[in-house]
Design a protein around this ligand. Structure first.
Ligand code: C5P
Length: 228
């Protein structure tokens, strides 16, 4: 039953490696995935496409409540889910830094958070769920079986993002990335509703000095200990 399915909440700031760890863990356990950031990105994108102003909470709330979204699995380990908004593939559009910044502008609005609350909870299905976000362990799945808070210094996260983009031949300045990550942290951590912070019962992993395999090994050992 959905109520009995364990949830593993993975929260943390942007570019902390949550996405990769979520996908690796879900593949390892055969669990479902909730990319909650994608839902906020979708609200921002849908609003922009329809010319809705980011100050118009009523219209954005309506948008969030009625999002026509589908997640389809792919065979590409780099991009394991295709995201369709009103039937159109918006996966690449959603991954841009602009979409992330837009998401962090609509995310503080209580109506928007409430609007996608039910959609987020509907991802909790057997045999279990790995949920990636900012408030998975503190708000949406407060009774999650395991809560992990993944973080790293702003410098380390900016360098990772820089290298990811360089690998894709996208040229950006490290300094701009540093500032954009820092600004997003500020917005996510200092907002009134569901601010980014570790849950009291979260395992905090600082990956500043760790590579992704070392982080995954730590996460797996927590999961094996707790879920058996
Ligand atoms: O994780 P991602 O970078 O896709 O998230 C984009 C933005 O969406 C975050 O910076 C944050 O403002 C917002 N978000 C949120 N709550 C979540 C997930 C994302 O407020 N659970």
């Amino acid at each position: 039953m959905a109520e009995d399915s364990p949830v593993i909440a993975i929260d943390g700031p942007s570019s902390s490696g949550k996405g990769v760890i979520t996908h690796k863990l879900a593949a390892h356990l055969g669990f479902h995935i909730l990319d909650s950031g994608a839902l906020y990105r979708l609200v921002g994108l849908a609003a922009k496409k329809q010319g809705i102003n980011f100050d118009d909470e009523a219209a954005l709330t309506d948008q969030a409540r009625t999002l026509d979204v589908r997640f389809e699995p792919t065979r590409d380990p780099e991009e394991p889910l295709r995201i369709l908004l009103e039937g159109a593939d918006v996966t690449l559009e959603l991954r841009t830094d602009e979409a992330g910044v837009d998401a962090s502008r609509v995310a503080p609005l209580p109506g928007v958070r409430k609007g996608i609350g039910e959609l987020q909870r509907s991802f909790k299905q057997p045999p279990g769920l790995v949920a990636d976000g900012r408030d998975m362990g503190t708000v949406v799945f407060i009774d999650a079986a395991i809560k992990i808070y993944l973080t790293a210094s702003v410098q380390a996260r900016a360098e990772r993002r820089y290298n990811q983009l360089k690998d894709k031949d996208i040229s950006v300045s490290l300094h701009d990335l540093f500032q954009s990550i820092q600004a997003r942290d500020e917005r996510d951590m200092n907002r009134k509703v569901a601010p980014l912070r570790p849950a009291e019962d979260a395992y905090v992993i600082d990956s500043t000095e760790l590579d992704i395999n070392q982080v995954f090994a730590q996460v797996l050992s927590i999961v094996n200990e707790k879920l058996g």
